[in-house]
Design a protein around this ligand. Structure first.
Ligand code: SF4
Length: 473
């Protein structure tokens, strides 16, 4: 006989999405999340009535670097001038992201009817040439000690003394993918920095009272459901976690899918979770990725307001990228709009040395010029952004300025964060180089053979490698 109690207990929890009414009475209609992948690129152009001369190349690039976009982003691209549109460059594959011979190689395999395996192998080789794991990220994985056991924790990174990063398995994707993303290997199932649940995060944090900040990252944790956030964050309000003061959520959902905070069925629950955590004395900062002021739509502003009403702060950051935001006016306008709407400009990053960096890279000298010129246009309230900063293996290195010291033109560099906390705030000098795009391209000034941290950094990395070799996972 059928066990009815089993069915009695079963219920579908479906809360239909509802429109969001702003304080001003303006109604934001729910836009269901609808994603488009590589095989949809041709159709998107067709629907816009565009014959794109680079369609084939775009489809090939999207075989190597994963492509995903959604309706909201499609709707804010200026399709009449799409070649030059910053959001098109931000999300659609560009032919220049691969070398010509790399495109020909994949094109040849596609045209010759190569097997799926052969194509997959060629693509995998190509990806591995693109430095898919920059800045020695694996050296940041911490070890958890439990009873007599110890194990390395793949889904956590603890590089800077006060801050622990957590990669939850439900945050391994984003609402759309940025063309320049350094996490491209994560999205295709390689380099899986991830946690199944929050248990190991909580265990590790309990053991480390020096940690004051948790950064929930991914992918984009904005893709996680409210109940996952709750299970991760609420335990941190218990007395065992009194040392945790700040919770940061790194997300691009404010610009890629602002409906996440407004009209999604669990938007109210998510905001409720944030409010509960804040009411227990923790600070929540949304580390929002904004690449261009064109992303600041009425929906984005409504979501910003709602998060602020819940008690969250919003700090903004983005890398400086050719074709997207490599001019002072764009940054000045973006920072100005952010400050006016209660956000705090936080970082201007330099493109990491990974993936399609060659296409998007902006030399350090130019980035410094853009940063300084943008600041000159604005009042002190917008001067909170630090940069241009490189998230390199040894730490976050900021290009503070360019000066002539004695007979030498130099970059003035400074550690904002460092693998060894003692390096923090230390200033050092590199020969000025107009073409350099990353720390590795720079050489020490004044005839020094090495930067002050290099020897120690090498020994830190070597020690970590030795442990990995002795105890492979
Ligand atoms: S939102 Fe962040 S993680 Fe996601 S694709 Fe863009 S840069 Fe990568």
């Amino acid at each position: 006989m059928m066990n009815m109690s089993h069915y009695d207990n079963f219920k579908v929890d479906f809360t239909p999405p509802k429109d969001y009414v702003c304080d001003s009475g303006y109604v934001i209609k729910h836009k269901p999340y609808k994603k488009y992948l590589r095989t949809d690129i041709a159709r998107i152009f067709e629907e816009k009535g565009i014959v794109d001369p680079f369609l084939k190349e775009r489809e090939i690039v999207a075989q190597v670097f994963p492509f995903k976009i959604n309706q909201h982003v499609v709707d804010i691209i200026d399709w009449d001038h799409y070649h030059f549109d910053p959001l098109f460059q931000l999300t659609f594959p560009q032919p220049g992201m691969l070398e010509k011979d790399e495109i020909s190689c994949i094109s040849h395999l596609n045209d010759e009817g190569a097997s799926r395996d052969q194509i997959a192998e060629a693509i995998s080789k190509l990806r591995s040439k693109k430095n898919p794991a920059p800045a020695n990220q694996s050296a940041n994985r911490p070890t958890i000690f439990e009873d007599d056991d110890s194990y390395e924790c793949e889904g956590l990174q603890h590089k800077y003394k006060n801050t622990c990063l957590m990669f939850h398995k439900n945050a391994q994707t984003c609402h759309a993918y940025c063309t320049y993303c350094f996490r491209f290997n994560q999205f295709v199932g390689k380099d899986r920095f991830l946690e199944d649940d929050s248990t190991r995060l909580h265990t590790y944090i309990k053991q480390h009272p020096e940690i004051s900040d948790i950064l929930v990252t991914g992918g984009d944790p904005g893709t996680m459901k409210a109940d996952v956030f709750r299970s991760m964050l609420m335990p941190l309000t218990e007395p065992d976690f009194a040392h945790i003061k700040n919770i940061r959520v790194g997300t691009k959902a404010l610009t890629y899918h602002p409906y996440r905070f407004l009209t999604e069925p669990d938007a109210d629950d998510l905001l409720g979770c944030f409010k509960d955590v804040i009411s227990k004395g923790k600070h929540i900062s949304i580390m929002a990725h904004f690449s261009h002021f064109n992303e600041i739509t009425p929906e984005t502003l409504a979501a910003v307001k709602r998060l602020r009403q819940a008690g969250c702060n919003i700090r903004t950051q983005a890398p400086i990228m050719r074709y997207i935001n490599d001019n002072p006016t764009t940054w000045a306008k973006m920072w100005e709009m952010q400050v006016q709407n209660g956000m705090i400009p936080y970082y201007m990053f330099i493109a990491r040395d990974t993936g399609p960096q060659r296409y998007f890279e902006v030399p350090l000298a130019k980035a410094l010029y853009i940063y300084q010129e943008a600041r000159k246009k604005l009042s002190g309230l917008s001067h909170t952004a630090r940069g241009p900063s490189m998230s390199s293996g040894p730490g976050k290195v900021c290009v503070m300025g360019k000066e002539r010291i004695g007979n030498e033109e130099v970059f003035i560099l400074k550690f904002l964060q460092a693998r060894n906390n003692d390096w923090c705030d230390r200033v050092f000098f590199a020969k000025y180089d107009e073409k350099a795009t990353w720390l590795d391209n720079l050489v020490p000034a004044f005839g020094d053979k090495e930067f002050f941290f290099e020897e120690e950094y090498k020994s830190i990395i070597n020690a970590k490698k030795k442990v990995e070799d002795l105890c492979p996972a």
